[in-house]
Design a protein around this ligand. Structure first.
Ligand SMILES: [Cu+2]
Length: 180
């Protein structure tokens, strides 16, 4: 009798665990299937100069850029640490987004906010319509999320300087915050 009782108990525990795992899986799924988030770019004069539409990609976050009224040519673009875009210099956006602990694992890795091998090219009419994937960030609840610590910002620089840590002038900035 004692054997049967313990086996029944084991069955009950297994059933409970399976049910709990199922619930957790569902929650994780609903987080990853988030809706696109739109961030609005402002220039130094406070005018709207385009939007970034962020959505989950298989590896990272897809950023769809629809720009207007920007100077023609090549511009660096990064995700910066602080969700604050104060004109005219946008220094409020802080350095490139680098989640706490990220650099401890790999000192050679670039900040998560970098978008490798990408330069924003603005056409002669001041517009650009292009999509790019930022591979080292997420739209989730983890430390690499663009929503972590109250959000981040996307900054467009005056010129394209590969590898420069945000030193060229900042000409446009968009706050990225988790939708309510
Ligand atoms: Cu930058």
């Amino acid at each position: 009798m004692k054997f049967v009782a313990s086996k029944l108990f084991a069955c009950a525990v297994v059933t409970f665990c399976v049910a709990a795992a199922g619930t957790a899986a569902q929650e994780a799924h609903s987080h990853s299937a988030s809706k696109p988030v739109v961030a609005e770019f402002k220039n130094a004069e406070g005018q709207t100069v385009g939007t970034a539409t962020l959505s989950s990609a298989e590896h990272g976050v897809k950023i769809k850029l629809d720009m207007k009224g920007l100077p023609a040519g090549e511009h660096s673009i990064h995700i910066h640490q602080v969700a604050k875009c104060e004109a005219p210099d946008f220094k409020s956006a802080g350095p490139h987004f680098s989640p706490a602990g990220h650099m401890d694992h790999d000192h050679n890795s670039a900040p998560a906010g970098d978008i490798p091998d990408f330069t924003l090219i603005i056409a002669a009419d001041g517009t650009a319509h292009v999509s790019v994937v930022a591979p080292n960030v997420t739209l989730g609840d983890d430390a690499s999320s663009v929503f972590s610590n109250g959000g981040t910002s996307i900054v467009i620089h005056a010129v394209a300087v590969p590898g420069a840590a945000g030193s060229p002038a900042r000409i446009a900035c968009a706050v990225v915050k988790k939708p309510e």
